[in-house]
Design a protein around this ligand. Structure first.
Ligand SMILES: Nc1ncnc2c1ncn2[C@@H]1O[C@H](COP(=O)(O)OP(=O)(O)OP(=O)(O)O)[C@@H](O)[C@H]1O
Ligand SMILES: [Mg+2]
Length: 392
């Protein structure tokens, strides 16, 4: 499992080196590296990974203490255990000096081979245990890292599942209620008109026709949104970004919704300059504008004003649909674009909705690389702003 452990022995006298070698060579699993001066020892330290160093204290040029200091200052050897061997300096002062230089032990010469051997064996065992611990630590850290990665992807999957579930709930609730209601109106009143024609006075009949007409428009609107949304969910919606003048798309949307606004006495003001060119999917931008403008009409009182404007920001154009309608409660603002929290409320003329419009807007804005956000003050009005890339 391990390479052989290496022990550095440094002594300027070859007889001493020889004696040390004789004692230590009984350790079969150990490779001895010898050096007869400080410089050679330094080179050996830079080239090998030692488990233990045995240093003579008194050597010419560089003594054992200096060598030990170097060992401590090098990153790769700063924890290398050092045993000093000394004949001359075996008094307390020098022993302490040795410990301060980073020695783990101090042996006086002439040494007892048994003592030396058993000390060396202890340090080699410690080194082996340290390496094993390091390895276990490394494996443990790897395992913790892997586990964190798995946990993260589990959390992501859970979120995706939750979103899918909310999507499914929304779909069924639309089918069960929102689509049923207009059809009930259409079927009920048309049946009445067909079977009871002669008993219904003209003005009442007209009212019924109006209800049928409104219900079919609302069902149509809902179906268009639902279709686009389900296409977006299944990834089958086409996305063809092009450079085009968004002023024209805004004008067309305003024309389409003019009837709805006029009925409520609401005025449109378009401040968008001709040739406000953006790079986006035209169908998606049309859907976003249709939804934001029809919301503005829905949630603004008779006689209100809706303003559409554009501004340039770095590589984006910000398009803003502003109304002076009922506004939105602060705590409801952050719920608007989330499928599991977006709730539909009645318009100023009790218009109904499904709460699908803004979800669709967010999806399409993001698909085009932009963002959508709201500024609103309750009872004062709202601004829905979205960013789209400028002409590429
Ligand atoms: N301009 C606005 N002013 C005030 N409240 C708004 C405005 N636009 C949206 N809201 C609030 O956000 C809710 C969600 O809007 P969204 O367009 O998603 O759904 P909806 O208009 O109710 O139904 P749908 O668009 O599916 O017909 C609205 O019901 C309303 O409470
Ligand atoms: Mg809407």
């Amino acid at each position: 499992m391990y390479n052989r452990q290496k022990v550095l022995i440094v002594d300027d006298k070859s007889a001493n080196l020889y004696a040390l070698e004789q004692v230590l060579q009984v350790l079969e699993e150990v490779e001895l590296v010898k050096a007869s001066n400080g410089n050679d020892a330094l080179i050996a330290i830079l080239n090998h990974d030692f488990a233990l160093a045995i240093l003579d204290v008194q050597m010419p040029d560089m003594d054992g203490y200096e060598l030990a200091e170097f060992i401590r200052s090098e990153e790769k050897s700063k924890f290398l255990p050092v045993i000093f061997l000394s004949a001359v300096f075996s008094d307390e002062f020098h022993v302490f000096k040795g410990y301060r230089a980073g020695a783990v032990d101090f042996i006086t010469k002439p040494f007892n081979p048994e003592v030396l051997l058993s000390k060396v064996e202890i340090f080699l065992k410690l080194d082996k245990q340290k390496k094993e611990l390091n390895e276990q630590n490394f494996l443990l850290e790897k395992e913790i890292f892997e586990r964190k990665k798995i946990e993260q992807s589990l959390r992501e999957n859970e979120q995706k599942l939750q979103d899918l579930n909310s999507t499914k709930d929304k779909f069924f609730s639309i089918l069960a209620h929102d689509l049923r209601n207009p059809f009930n109106t259409i079927m009920g009143f048309s049946e009445l008109l067909l079977t009871q024609k002669q008993y219904i006075p003209q003005d009442k009949a007209e009212h019924f026709y109006k209800l049928i007409n409104e219900a079919s428009k609302s069902a149509y609107n809902l179906l268009s949104n639902l279709l686009e949304w389900s296409r977006a969910q299944t990834g089958t919606i086409s996305f063809i970004p092009l450079n085009f003048d968004v002023a024209q798309v805004v004008n067309e949307s305003l024309k389409l919704l003019e009837g709805m606004a006029t009925k409520k006495g609401i005025k449109f003001i378009s401040e968008i300059q001709e040739k406000t060119e953006i790079f986006a999917d035209m169908n998606m931008i049309t859907t976003i504008l249709r939804n934001l403008i029809s919301n503005a009409i829905k949630f603004t009182f008779e006689g209100g004003t809706i303003k559409i404007s554009a501004s340039y920001h770095e590589n984006f154009v910000h398009l803003e649909v502003n109304d002076n309608g009922m506004g939105i409660k602060e705590q409801d603002i952050q719920k608007l674009f989330k499928i599991d929290s977006n709730k539909s409320s009645l318009g100023t003329n009790n218009e109904t909705g499904t709460g699908l419009g803004l979800i669709l807007c967010k999806e399409f804005v993001e698909r085009n690389g932009g963002e959508i956000w709201v500024k609103s003050v309750l009872t004062q009005g709202s601004s829905f702003i979205f960013s789209v890339p400028q002409k590429g």
